[in-house]
Design a protein around this ligand. Structure first.
Ligand SMILES: Cc1cc2nc3c(=O)[nH]c(=O)nc-3n(C[C@H](O)[C@H](O)[C@H](O)COP(=O)(O)O)c2cc1C
Length: 129
C-alpha cells in the first residue's frame, strides 16, 4: 500500500521564491532515495504539500520537516492510502501560480475527495489574496 499525506505550514518570515525553488530542487533530488513523490504549492506565505510513499518514509520526512526552520506550524490536513501512486513521475513538483499545468494534472488525478477539497480551498485563498 502507498500512504499519502497532505499538510499545510507557514513559511518563515522573509522566505522568497528563490528559496522555494531551492526547496523543490533539493527535494526532487532527495526524494527518490526516500521513495517519496508529490507536489508543493506556495501562496507567498503558506505551503501546501502532498507526499506519497511507504508509511515509514512519510513519517521520517514529517519528522525532518517539523525541524526545518524555513517553515513552522506544520498541520497535517489529511492522510490516505491507495493501491498505487498518483504522481509516480513527480519526485517533487511545484504547482500553483508559477506552474498552472501541474495544478491541472492534480485536478485530473484521483486524489481523495477530502484532499482535493483542501487544495481547492487553498487555491481560493490564493486567488483572493
Ligand atoms: C516546505 C518544505 C517542503 C520540503 N519538502 C521536502 C521533501 O519533499 N523531501 C525532502 O527530502 N526534503 C524536503 N524538505 C527539506 C527538509 O525539511 C530537509 O531540509 C531535508 O530533507 C534535508 O534534511 P537532512 O539534511 O536532515 O537530511 C522540505 C522543506 C520545506 C520547508
Amino acid at each position: 500500500m502507498i500512504a499519502s499525506l497532505l499538510y499545510a505550514s507557514t513559511a518563515a518570515e522573509g522566505l522568497d521564491s528563490a528559496d522555494v525553488f531551492k526547496i523543490v530542487e533539493d527535494s526532487s533530488r532527495r526524494n527518490p532515495a526516500r521513495d517519496v513523490t508529490g507536489f508543493l504549492i506556495f501562496d507567498g506565505s503558506q505551503f501546501l504539500q502532498y507526499v506519497e510513499g511507504p508509511q515509514e518514509a512519510l513519517d521520517g520526512l514529517l519528522d525532518v520537516l517539523n525541524h526545518d526552520r524555513r517553515h513552522h506550524s506544520v498541520r497535517v490536513l489529511h492522510r490516505a492510502e491507495s493501491e498505487q501512486r498518483l504522481f509516480p513521475r513527480w519526485a517533487m513538483r511545484r504547482a500553483g501560480a508559477t506552474a498552472e499545468q501541474e495544478l491541472d494534472t492534480i485536478r485530473t488525478a484521483r486524489l481523495p475527495v477530502g484532499m482535493m477539497a483542501e487544495i481547492d480551498r487553498f487555491g481560493t485563498r490564493r486567488r483572493a489574496a
